[in-house]
Design a protein around this ligand. Structure first.
Ligand SMILES: [Cu+2]
Length: 471
């Protein structure tokens, strides 16, 4: 068990003095803890209240509470924040208690919860408790169920956490702007019986997206579709922490989607079951094994599996543009284009001109190109075998036999047993057997009245050089 002070120290959090809090005019407000960095804060058991097994917020933390006559009191502060997306890039966002996303709120089924929300934004806000059963007036929809929380004001929400499960919170006021700026957080209501659906490790994060021009730091809030940074908990690869588990652990990973599109989330090396949705736990008879689960906009999914396979397993969104950072989305396709000669001519005008992407874009991960200020390479990340050529919604699940129970520290790269890594073939290659079948079609094409149909023959331009030994 950690003391309150130890908790704050260990978590890198700062408890604001009551002097700061009392400025908003309510002397009995609980202190508003703030996080000052993007580190994953290891979970600690609850200091009071009903027992539960805490979750781990990827690159985030859980909000401490104050017990007040049996009521769990939390204090959220909506405010402008600075968030590091990955080393080399920081964004100016709006969030809660020092970071985006806001802190995870963890309570137990049946808890009476009182949430103080202080608004330090330049415009009005509200907080909607996404998925909760609560009195209508606590639902946080500006104008519909409450007046907005004006700048400088503090509102109080109070309800009983009736249903165990996975939830989110976000503003229901000027949503387009406030969500694009990074305002949201995770909420977990633990079951009354701590052993119900017990797992060894329980990771949580939100899926989010931003449109931030390379060289700037503030998201473009009117973007509807064309986002250029995709993240887990306002971090992008390689800034997203890996998830570290002990071989044989029962692992749960929960994610909620507050972006403008769906994300097929894919785990390597294991099959999982979807054990929870926004509406609660799935009935066991309704589950089937998957390796990818699509998460629609506004939805949440909890997946579970036994981490039986040791290794470093990729875990990512399967939309390939979502595992790519800002620079990658508007470059022209140059694969197969023969620009020998063109480069020479351009070089006479622009000496440093360089032809990019002729052999695909993998090279760009290794190219040390000058980038605009405050952005990230489109694909990056150094693995034990070279560049991972990824960005955005990508991280690694590390399964280790010797990871200690409850130890969340990074075990380093996986040490592969002998003869279990894909290797390079250096022998001779047999002549390829070639099929000469012409392919089929459902009906003959109508032959144009005049002239012959064009011969639709394409020549694939294969890269030359770099293939010595393949004769
Ligand atoms: Cu995605």
């Amino acid at each position: 068990m950690v003391s309150r002070r130890d908790f704050f120290n260990a978590a890198g959090l700062v408890a604001l003095g009551t002097g700061v809090v009392s400025r908003v005019g309510a002397a009995s407000l609980p202190e508003a803890a703030v996080a000052t960095g993007p580190a994953t804060v290891p979970p600690s058991l609850p200091p009071d209240g009903r027992p539960y097994y805490p979750v781990v917020t990827l690159n985030g933390w859980s909000l401490p509470w104050r017990m007040n006559q049996g009521v769990k009191e939390f204090h959220l502060v909506a405010e402008p924040v600075e968030r590091e997306f990955a080393p080399g890039m920081k964004a100016k966002l709006w969030g809660y208690n020092g970071q985006s996303p806001g802190p995870t709120i963890e309570v137990v089924e049946g808890d009476r919860v009182r949430l103080f929300v202080t608004n330090r934004l330049p415009e009005a806000t509200s907080v909607h408790w996404h998925g909760q059963r609560l009195p209508n007036g606590m639902d946080g929809v500006s104008g519909l169920t409450q007046p907005s929380i004006g700048p400088g004001k503090t509102f109080v929400y109070e309800f009983v956490a009736k249903r165990a499960g996975t939830f989110m919170y976000h503003p229901h006021a000027d949503e387009m702007v406030q969500m694009a700026m990074g305002m949201y957080g995770f909420w977990v209501t633990h079951p009354k019986d701590p052993d119900f659906m017990r797992v060894d490790r329980d990771f949580v994060f939100l899926l989010n997206s931003f449109d931030i021009e390379p060289g700037s730091a503030t998201p473009k809030v009117n973007t509807m579709l064309d986002f250029n940074l995709f993240g887990f908990n306002s971090r992008v690869f390689p800034g997203i922490d890996s998830m570290h588990v002990r071989q044989g652990d029962r692992v749960r990973i929960r994610f909620g989607n507050l972006t403008m599109t769906n994300h097929p989330i894919h785990l390597h090396g294991h099959e999982f079951m979807v054990t929870g949705t926004d509406g609660g736990w799935t009935p066991p008879a309704s589950r089937w094994p998957e390796v990818t689960v699509d998460v629609g906009v506004g939805q949440m999914r909890a997946i579970e599996f036994d981490a039986t396979e040791p290794g470093d397993w990729a875990f990512h969104c399967h939309k390939s543009h979502h595992t790519m950072n800002a620079m990658g989305h508007q470059v022209p396709t140059m694969i197969g284009v023969d620009h020998r000669g063109i480069a020479e001519k351009i070089n006479q005008l622009v000496p440093d001109y360089m032809v990019m992407g002729e052999r695909g874009m993998g090279d760009m991960a290794e190219m040390e190109m000058p980038l605009p200020e405050n952005t990230l390479p489109m694909m990056t990340g150094e693995g034990p075998f070279g560049s991972v050529e990824m960005g955005g919604m990508f991280t690694v699940l590390k399964v280790r036999k010797d990871q200690k129970r409850g130890d969340y520290s990074n075990p380093g790269w996986y040490k592969h047993p002998p003869s279990t890594v894909a290797w390079e073939w250096t022998g001779t290659l047999p002549e390829a057997a070639t099929s000469h079948a012409a392919g089929g079609q459902s009906m003959p094409a109508k032959v144009p009245a005049k002239g012959k149909p064009a011969e639709g023959e394409l020549k694939a331009r294969k890269p030359s050089g770099g293939h010595e030994g393949h004769h």
